[in-house]
Design a protein around this ligand. Structure first.
Ligand code: SAM
Length: 387
């Protein structure tokens, strides 16, 4: 992740604009400052944290980190110059600046575009090095290949490969697949691939495959569409088979040591170790009801910003299958507050900021969509802000 350390630091007054970036405003807590940065494609925070001996580290804030690392690198370079930093360490090398890539999409793109019921979609969850995804894209030019991956460097690497190979039928997003599937219209996807998911034997709630994931997969798969899980883990195989077999209107096939046309990095590693590889394929046979477009959750109350800033304390609310955690508050003298939160269903949380000023309250960096667990959490957030 791009960052630099400086021992000299003259805070520029905000806002200022340079090189296509607007540095808008700043909020602070005891431990760090956030600066809101905007370019034509995205908005994000850079964060400044004090280190020992008067040094500061300036880096990307994790939750709002844009998918395109190029934006961060450029913003940090501009800020370093403007703040007249004396850089002691930096991992930003201009020659290494990554190219902007339009294959990478954000959540709002999915919210807008995936209700059309567009067909011919292949979805790959956790594509890692992207070998299988690139193979499918090259060999199926008439399909739209959607790749979901939470590891941003893998995402950027795959996007770069798509660019080099001139693939026009791929879109990629860094988001939790367990939430993203809710954007797809019913019966719109032909194949879902989940190859070598992390087994999480000690923390099964973190697994991609869950009864909820399967329910959503069966909803979005076409009649005859398949969810294809490939794993080397016998525990994960047993667990997946058990959850697949419980499904109605679907059939299950299993294969052992079946060679696909393409082998991923993980697969090569397990094969070298002589491990067995299992495929479990679930086929959907149900036409599902169309769903309505999922709407954004908006705030409806007026809040007393002074009270929020004065009374803030970290707080955790635990409900039945969901939670809301108010983690930190950053504020400024213009009555602006930025609250870091995590909320949602226990097994698939959203990590977001709530930005409050005198005129508005909003989630940042993404909108929050009205999935069931989010709706309950959103109500608690509204109530808590109002108290
Ligand atoms: C063990 S790797 C396998 C990668 C690739 N499928 C292969 O066969 O080489 C698992 C990948 O899933 C990604 N992942 C884990 N949980 C995820 C989630 N909820 N949504 C999307 N990707 C996820 C991880 O970042 C990781 O790259």
């Amino acid at each position: 992740m791009p960052n630099f350390i400086t021992d000299k630091f003259i805070k520029p007054s905000l806002p200022f604009s340079d090189g296509g970036y607007d540095f808008l405003w700043e909020v602070s807590s005891k431990n760090s400052d956030y600066i809101m940065v905007k370019n034509s494609k995205s908005k994000f925070f850079i964060t400044i944290k004090p280190k020992k001996d008067g040094q500061h580290i300036v880096k990307a804030e994790k939750i709002s980190r844009p998918s395109q690392v190029l934006f961060l690198q450029q913003a940090l370079e501009i800020y370093a110059k403007k703040a007249q930093c004396n850089i002691l360490f930096s991992n930003i090398k201009s020659s290494k600046l990554k190219k902007e890539n339009s294959i990478i999409k954000d959540l709002n793109f999915f919210a807008k575009n995936f209700f059309t019921g567009k067909k011919n979609i292949y979805l790959e969850v956790g594509f890692g090095s992207g070998r299988h995804l690139l193979y499918q894209a090259k060999n199926n030019p008439d399909k739209l290949i959607v790749g979901i991956e939470i590891h941003k460097p893998s995402l950027e690497q795959a996007a770069k490969q798509c660019d080099i190979l001139g693939l026009k039928n791929v879109i990629l997003i860094d988001y939790d697949s367990r939430i993203l599937m809710e954007f797809f219209q019913s019966n719109s996807v032909e194949r879902i691939f989940v190859h070598f998911p992390v087994p999480w034997d000690k923390k099964p709630h973190r697994r991609v495959i869950s009864p909820y994931f399967i329910k959503e997969a069966l909803r979005i798969l076409q009649d005859g569409g398949t969810l294809e899980v490939r794993t080397d883990s016998e525990l994960y195989f047993d667990y997946t088979l058990k959850t697949f077999i419980e499904q109605k209107s679907a059939d299950v096939r299993i294969y052992k040591n079946f060679d696909l046309e393409i082998s991923s990095k993980y697969e090569d590693r397990w094969k070298k170790l002589g491990k067995n590889i299992y495929d479990i394929v679930l086929t959907n046979h149900k036409i599902n009801e169309k769903i309505d477009k999922i709407t954004k959750l908006e705030f409806t109350f007026c809040y007393n910003i002074d009270k929020i800033i004065k009374n803030f304390n970290p707080k955790l609310f635990l409900g039945d299958g969901f939670f809301v955690h108010f983690e930190t508050l950053h504020a400024n003298s213009n009555k602006m507050a930025v609250i870091k939160t995590a909320f949602g269903a226990n097994e698939r949380a959203e990590h977001l900021f709530i930005i409050i000023d005198e005129n508005s309250v909003r989630y940042f960096p993404n909108n929050v969509y009205a999935f069931s667990a989010n709706m309950v959490a959103h109500k608690i957030i509204e109530k808590w802000l109002n108290e």
